[in-house]
Design a protein around this ligand. Structure first.
Ligand code: FMN
Length: 177
């Protein structure tokens, strides 16, 4: 019996790879993009995965949560956030990254329903960003005092924090629910 639903979205592919790793090792699971979900009635566990873009999930994930807000209160929910800052950092007296990145989803969800949560690393590839994201990254580096030109982004290194072993721990915990 299928009783787990994994809902994820991705912009550049990292969250999709993690969704695939999860689907390969968790039994009785269906994997869908937010716009493919018509109902969550038949599932007891909803797993929600989103990348972090400027401390927000993707809009499609927010819409999914909003659409099923009431029904999600009666489900078990597991969340994973895919991002670059997998460790906590202090920046201008603000704590960011690591477990704080979970808040990008937790702030929209019924907290009592969350039974599992994790922060997983993805790939940040400055060479393939669309124009809007190039601008966001240029603004970010200027804000932290390390200005970079849009045309120089292609020369920045790819940061790959995809980590199957870290993900396996999340999968093992999912299988215990
Ligand atoms: C414009 C932009 C903003 C980002 N903002 C954050 C952020 O606020 N915190 C973070 O840890 N990572 C941030 N990242 C890194 C992404 O979360 C990371 O690259 C992730 O793997 C993207 O997932 P996807 O390939 O599934 O879309 C950002 C990346 C881009 C391009």
């Amino acid at each position: 019996m299928i009783n787990k639903l994994l809902v994820y979205d991705t912009k550049y592919g990292s969250t999709e790879i993690i969704a695939r790793w999860i689907s390969e090792e968790v039994k009785d699971i269906e994997v869908k993009k937010p716009n493919e979900v018509l109902s969550i009635d038949n599932y007891s566990l909803i797993i929600i995965g989103s990348p972090d873009y400027d401390d927000e999930p993707l809009e499609s994930i927010r819409s999914f949560i909003d659409k099923f807000k009431e029904k999600l209160k009666d489900k078990k929910i597991a969340i994973f956030v895919v991002c670059n800052d997998i460790e906590e950092i202090e920046y201008e007296d603000k704590k960011k990254g690591g477990k704080y990145n979970l808040d990008i989803l937790k702030k929209y969800l019924p907290k009592d329903s969350i039974v599992l949560e994790d922060v997983l690393g993805g790939v940040f590839n400055p060479k393939i960003l669309d124009i809007k994201d190039q601008e966001r990254i240029v603004n970010f580096f200027s804000e932290i005092g390390k200005p970079v030109k849009k045309e120089d982004l292609v020369f920045m290194p790819i940061v790959n924090k995809l980590d199957r072993i870290r993900c396996k721990k999340f999968i093992d915990n999912l299988n215990k629910i």
